[in-house]
Design a protein around this ligand. Structure first.
Ligand code: HEM
Length: 183
C-alpha cells in the first residue's frame, strides 16, 4: 500500500526537492538518477522530513538567488503563475487522492487566491485576500500521504510550465515550509 501511494506521484516531487543547492551543482533532477525509488520504503512523514532537511541545507543559497533576482521574476511573473495554477488544479482533479478534497470548492475563487498567494509570496505585487493557510485547511484532514501526492502534482505542473531547476526547488521548499499549517 505504502509503495502504491508513494510511487509515481511522489517520485517527481521527491526528486525535485533533492536537487542540490543550485542547478549548477552535481545533483540532477532526473528522477531515475536520484534516490526517489528508494523513497518507496519510507513513510510519507519520513520522506517529507528528509525533503525539509534538504531545503534547510540550501536555505542560504536560495535566499541569495532570491536577493539577486526575486523568485517571482524568475518564475515568469503573473501570467506564468496563472498557467501553473491552472495546470495544477487540472492535475489535482485527476488525482484520486487529492480530488475528493476539491469537491464543492469554488475553483475559480481558489485559482484566483492561489495565484495571488504565490505572487505575493514570491516577490510580486499581488495582494492575497484569502484566509491564512492554517485557517483554510483546518479540519480538512490532509494526511502526509495526500500532501505528498499533491506535491507530485506540483512537481508535474512545474515541469509542464517549464520552470528552471533552481526555481522548482525554491518553490517546493516554500510549499514544504507550510506543511504543518496544512496537516
Ligand atoms: C503547503 C501546501 C499548500 C498550500 C500553500 C496551500 C494553499 C492554499 C491557499 C492559499 C488556499 C486558498 C484559501 C482561501 O481561499 O481562503 C487553499 C485552499 C484550499 N486548499 Fe490548499 N494549500 C496547500 C496544500 C493543500 C493540500 C495538500 C490540499 C488537499 C489535498 C489542499 C486543499 C485545499 C482546498 C480544498 C482548498 C479550498 C478551501 C476552501 O475554499 O474552503 N491544500 N490552499
Amino acid at each position: 500500500m505504502r509503495n502504491t501511494i508513494h510511487s509515481l506521484l511522489a517520485c517527481l516531487f521527491v526528486s525535485l526537492a533533492t536537487v542540490a543547492c543550485s542547478s549548477t551543482d552535481e545533483a540532477t533532477t532526473d528522477h531515475e538518477q536520484t534516490s526517489a525509488e528508494v523513497a518507496d520504503t519510507r513513510s510519507a512523514t519520513e520522506i517529507l522530513d528528509a525533503m525539509i532537511a534538504d531545503c534547510d541545507a540550501c536555505a542560504d543559497a536560495r535566499a541569495a538567488r532570491h536577493a539577486e533576482t526575486p523568485l517571482y521574476q524568475r518564475l515568469g511573473g503573473h501570467e506564468k503563475i496563472e498557467e501553473f495554477v491552472a495546470t495544477l488544479i487540472d492535475l489535482h482533479l485527476r488525482n484520486e487522492l487529492v480530488k475528493p478534497y476539491l469537491e464543492g470548492v469554488d475553483l475559480d475563487r481558489l485559482s484566483t487566491n492561489l495565484v495571488d498567494f504565490i505572487g505575493a509570496g514570491t516577490g510580486g505585487s499581488e495582494t492575497y485576500t484569502g484566509r491564512s493557510v492554517a485557517d483554510s485547511h483546518a479540519g480538512m484532514g490532509v494526511t502526509p500521504e495526500v500532501f505528498l501526492a499533491a506535491g507530485g502534482d506540483i512537481g508535474a505542473a512545474m515541469q509542464a510550465v517549464g520552470w528552471g531547476a533552481d526555481e522548482q526547488q525554491e518553490f517546493l521548499c516554500i510549499i514544504l515550509s507550510m506543511k504543518d499549517d496544512v496537516l
